[in-house]
Each structure stands twice: as structure tokens, then as C-alpha cells.
Design a protein around this ligand. Sequence first.
Ligand code: DAH
Length: 341
Amino acid sequence: MQEKFVQLKEKAKAELETITSSKVLFDVKAKYVGKSGEVTALLRGMKDVPADQRAAFGKMVNDLKVEISELFNEKEVLLKEKELQEKFDAEKVDVTIPASPVASGSIHPLNIVKNKIFDAFCGMGFEVFEGPEIDTDYYCFQALNIPKDHPARDMQDTFYITDNILLRPHTSPGQVRTMEKKQPPIKILSPGRVYRADDDASHSPMFHQIEGLVVDKGVSLCDLKGLLDEFVKIMFDEDTKTRFRPSYFPFTEPSVEVDVTCCKCHGKGCNLCKGTGWIEILGAGIVNKNVLEMSGIDSNVYSGLAFGLGIERITMIKYGISDIRTLFENNVKFLKQFNRR
Ligand code: DAH
């Protein structure tokens, strides 16, 4: 019997040597000391042992079980350590490897310019009011002092849905809608898409404008000049100057076209400004009294200034873009240039 015990222990030891994973170890351990293991099976021979030797026999089997279990436990500790180390090695991260580049989008140049215009005017106390893109003849023309059949309508040939409903050709209806709702003091910007039946390198059938309107007591052309002088300094650079040229818009009287000193040659004359040193950026003027009155504002008490600028135009001047269509083609190579990270 003694011999059998020794043999079993030797067999377990030999088998233990061959084991290289804790998972296999667990199964082999059960084969010896588990419920139906070989050591446990020895106890079944108890009935053949003379009664006076049974206690000693039981103790021997138990001791053997403890010894074999300990051998397995020791090996288990070693294997677990080895496996943990292998796991660490496999999962090792080299923090010095350069990261793969993350592709990020960029803000569209029209939005960069729009945000800058908002910043400039909102810093001077303007609020933003958005009007509808599809509007009526009344708001687009009549309330802006452009009666039906007035020749000035040719300046803004747009897309009609019915005789009375059209895609707005400018953001100037924002003036009227604001004045109908609110008494002075008024200081608003009205941005958005506008539509015209035009399509070439400098005109697009859809483009963006921002309308500005100030109505209060004693508003004059001087205020307009001061406001726009401040704006162009923020938009272009500190040295940029403005000049007013007389013009005509039915909704303003007097009306002006506003030029800025060329941002490329600073007034010396270059291809961008066609040698003049000046570039036209917007139309503006003192709100025509008829427009104030039609919108319910007493023109004997209040006066207003208004201006309308094209975001595409300012963007093209600022970034030296010669074809308006590049702004809408979504060519990633073009748009990437504006990524200012
Ligand atoms: N609505 C004009 C246009 O689309 C731009 C404009 C000119 C707006 C003069 C104004 C203004 O408010 O006073 O061409």
C-alpha cells in the first residue's frame, strides 16, 4: 500500500512537470485530489483495511492529498505569475510612438467671415434677427419703397413662386419685419440666404447677405461712417479706411456705396482693386422716410441708417478668391486651407 502511495505521488509530480498553463493545471489537479480523483478513490479501499489500521490508513490518504495539493498549489502560483507577465508584455503600450494623425474638419470660410461680422457688430450692441427666405412681394419690394413695375426691381431679378411670393433677393425685408414689431431704439443685423437669377464667376444664384439697421433719434450719415470705419478695421486691419460714393437705392435717401482701401496693396493699386486702390464692399444709406412710415415709425421723430453686405464678396476680398463657385463646390483641398488649428 505504502508503495502505491509513493507511486501516485511520483506520477503526480511527473505530470506536474509537463504542465505549462494554469487552466490545464486545474483539470489535472482534479484528476488526483478532486471528488472523483485517484487519491480520493483510495479511500474507497478503506473497507478492505483491518479495523485497527483504518485510522492510520485514513490519515495517510489525507496526508497524501495535502501533499499533492500543495505541489499543485505551488505550481499554480508560478504559472499565474508567468501568465500575468506574458499578458503585460503582450499589452505593453509604447507611449513614445508618434500618434496617427486625426482628420479634423474646418470651419467653412463663409462661416469664418460671418462669425467675424457678427462679432464686430454684436460688440457694438447689435442684435440678430432672422427673417424668412421665402417672402412676399410686399416685404421684398413694396415696403422698401419699390412699388410694382418700378425699374429698380431689375437690380434684383429673383425666383418667383407665384406673382406675390418669391425667394427673397436680399435681406432688406428684415428691416421692415423688425420695425413692424419693435419701436426704436433698434439696432439689428439680419443675416441669411438670398437668391437672384445670376450665375457667373462673381455671382451665384444663392448667396448670403447681412442687413444692418439702426433706428433712433438723430441717426445720421456720420453715425454710418463711424460704424463702418470701426467694422472694416475689425474685419480687415487697423489701417483700412472707408470712402462713401453717392449711389441709389429706393429704400435709402441719401444712398451710398462703400469702398475700403484694398487689403492686398493697401491703396497703392493692384490686380485685386484693378489699380484703383479701393474695393467696393457694401451698399448703405439713411433709411428713406417712406420706409419708416410704412412700417409704423414716425419719421419726424426718428431716423435710421441701413447697410447690406454680401458675405461671399467680403470672403472673396479677404482671402483673394477669384471665383465665387469655389465657395460652394465643397472641394476638400480648397476648404482645408481654412483649417486654423
Ligand atoms: N439690399 C441691397 C442689395 O441687395 C443692399 C443694400 C443697399 C441694403 C443699401 C441696404 C442699403 O440696407 O441701405 O443690393
